[in-house]
Design a binder for this molecule. Structure first.
Ligand code: ZN
Length: 255
């Protein structure tokens, strides 16, 4: 199944159309009922992409993983190390077709597979995500300032939808493609993850309690702007397009 947040309402997608099933915040209150109901006979309406909000509105915890692809770890200068885990704050979440304000001229892209936790450590679904990052602040101090630099308003575009695992042939081998104004800047497969999703869940669960609706940004592959020569960042007017096999495409614009 595919769930989306359409103007604050939780909807189930059928092809290009949507069935309204409640408030956007109610997904995990009623997960078993929502996923076991046949919504195909319910009245469906059109989807205006501009009205798509983040599929998970207020996760209690957002984890993000750094340097979890070989090529990215190499360009970040930290090959073969255990991936670092940090957080993004929930106020940065936005929808798949958002217009995002650039706080500085040094904002970078990071396409990522986002895993959404369900009950009892199960993965409820997956989404396309962007772990947008303000690089100057991230690296300004003596130690990297990941969480703040990655949590400006709009720095967490997610969606267009949450896709349940049964919709995917193989969640461990999906293609990710990120493009700036149509030019491909990142292209990889989730099979290249150093720590794949089941191991990330196990690792986090060993130290803390994962809650329904929690998000795990699983890391970005090589090709970010910061490590180019010269570095390249997002500019006003740029359109950032991010696609993952089976999870749809998001397209955000910067100003
Ligand atoms: Zn990231």
């Amino acid at each position: 199944m595919r769930f989306a947040n359409l103007a604050g309402r939780l909807v189930v997608l059928h092809g290009e159309r949507a069935v309204d099933v409640g408030a956007a915040s109610s997904l995990f209150d009623r997960w078993d009922v929502l996923t076991s109901t046949d919504w195909s006979r319910h009245e469906a309406g059109p989807v205006d992409p501009a009205l798509l909000g983040p599929p998970i509105v207020s996760p209690r915890q957002i984890f993000a993983v750094g340097l979890n692809y070989g090529a990215r770890a190499d360009e970040g200068g930290l090959p073969d190390q255990t991936p670092v885990v940090f957080t993004k704050f929930a106020s940065c979440l936005t929808g798949a077709h958002a217009v995002i304000d650039l706080p500085t001229p040094t904002v970078d892209w990071e396409i990522e597979l986002v895993a959404v936790m369900g009950e009892r450590g199960q993965v409820a679904g997956f989404m396309v995500g962007q772990d947008l990052t303000e690089r100057r602040e991230q690296f300004r101090g003596a130690v990297p300032q990941f969480s703040l630099a990655k949590s400006h308003p709009g720095f967490g575009p997610t969606g267009p939808w949450l896709v349940t695992p049964d919709e995917l042939d193989d969640a461990d081998d999906l293609e990710l493609i990120c493009a700036v104004n149509g030019e491909v800047v990142q292209q990889a497969r989730t099979s290249e993850l150093i720590v794949p999703v089941p191991a990330l869940v196990a690792r986090l669960s060993a130290q803390l309690t994962l809650l329904p609706g929690d998000l795990i940004f699983t890391g970005t592959p090589g090709g970010v702007g910061h490590h180019r020569n010269p570095p390249r960042y997002l500019a006003p007017g740029d359109v950032l397009t991010s696609s993952i096999t089976g999870l749809g495409t998001q397209s955000v614009t910067f100003r």
